[in-house]
Design a protein around this ligand. Structure first.
Ligand code: GLY
Ligand code: MN
Ligand code: MN
Length: 366
């Protein structure tokens, strides 16, 4: 269990400050992770309206009791019509007058929902998805603790499952054993569908585990995470099943060094693209594999496994103490092999703390 409490009043105050910054009279929140972050509500099919003097949560009768249990700062509006957004806008208009500037989250609704919103709302609409979601970037202590707990669970599960041996098992069997361990150890489940990819399959960055049996002499990429109290962890380790060839060790050592360089670059004030991605990528490029590292170096981790901040060569954010992100360089040799090493880390003033702590040295398994 985590010890602190979530500061929902502080989160609401920051959302209200956003209204002022963006020239809005209210904001409509439809992204379910933002709904949870701002209000504490863990269910689905709910919207929030935040205005300077108003905070509403709108949902249907399946969730009234849950709202009463979980939500303190928001007035419950009972949605009894056929259209949640229409009822939400109506409730907002009753309190704020008909024609006001409303922020909304373009990426968190369908086009049909947007058209309904456009019809229902008489005032201006402004997309503020990015700004609302980014309220979650710097974690409160209670959030960092939940991510650390999710990271400790993935470390444990990986130890147990890999300890049972990899040679002769199918990728799917290994993936399912991880999920079993998460549940057995108190996680809510996995934070995303685990990737277990052996041999040339590992050259696909996000391979789907299959029925192929892991053979001695193959490298196996295992990318997985647990979810605890709503929060995710994310780790990748690459294992040598049975034995490791010199060529595999060579690739592994480059990725290892790149990951160390990336992690060493993480600190308050560092830039995700110019510092962290650049540091990791420089190692891989210098070794002649720049073309075979096609993805970004990392991403934020929180209620979602992929969220801001981003740390890539195309897009990066400036890091702040309290953010949680991954560092995950890789090399993928198509038709041959893949290696990735990933940790979830907590950004601090002078560096970072690894939250996933499974050993990083190449492990040769049974
Ligand atoms: N699990 C996907 C990733 O590492 O980003
Ligand atoms: Mn991952
Ligand atoms: Mn990741």
């Amino acid at each position: 269990m985590t010890t602190g409490t979530a500061d929902h009043a502080g989160r609401l105050a920051r959302c209200r400050a956003l209204l002022e910054e963006r020239g809005l009279e209210a904001v409509l929140v439809t992204d379910r992770y933002d709904v949870r972050y701002l209000s504490g509500f863990r269910g689905e099919d709910a919207t929030l309206i935040v205005a300077p003097e108003t905070a509403l949560i709108v949902t249907d009768s399946r969730f009234y009791a849950q709202v009463h249990e979980e939500v303190a700062q928001y007035e419950l509006v009972e949605h009894r019509g056929t259209d949640l957004l229409e009822d939400t806008v109506k409730a907002a208009a009753e309190r704020l007058g008909g024609s006001f500037t409303l922020g909304y989250q373009a990426g968190a609704m369908t086009h049909a929902e947007y058209r309904g919103l456009r019809r229902a709302h008489r005032g201006r609409l402004r997309d503020v998805r990015r700004h609302v979601t980014r309220l979650r970037m710097v974690k409160e202590p209670v959030e960092a603790e939940a991510i650390a707990a999710a990271a400790a669970l993935v470390d444990l599960a990986l130890g147990v499952v890999v300890g049972e041996g990899l040679v002769g098992r199918t990728e799917t069997e290994v993936a399912w054993r991880l999920v079993e361990e998460y549940h057995a150890r108190g996680a809510e489940g996995e934070s995303f569908e685990a990737i277990v990819a052996a041999g040339d399959h590992g050259a696909q960055g996000h391979a789907i585990p299959g029925e192929r049996r892991i053979r001695a002499g193959e490298l196996v990429v295992i990318d997985t995470g647990a979810r605890f109290d709503g929060y995710c962890s994310d780790i990748t380790r690459t294992f040598a099943a049975g034995r490791a060839s010199k060529a595999h060790r060579r690739i592994y050592d480059i990725v290892y060094e790149a990951q160390e360089a990336g992690v060493a670059a993480v600190r308050h004030g560092a830039h995700g693209r110019d510092d962290v991605d650049a540091a990791a990528r420089a190692v891989i490029t210098a070794a002649g594999h720049g073309e075979e590292f096609g993805h970004g170096t990392g991403h934020g981790v929180g209620l979602e496994v992929h969220e801001a901040p981003f740390l890539g060569s195309l897009r990066g954010d400036r890091l702040e103490a309290g953010m949680v992100c991954t560092v995950e360089p890789g090399i993928y040799l198509e038709g041959e092999v893949g290696v990735r090493i990933e940790d979830t880390v907590l950004v601090t003033m002078d560096g970072c703390e690894r939250l996933t702590r499974y050993p990083r040295e190449l492990q040769v398994t049974d």
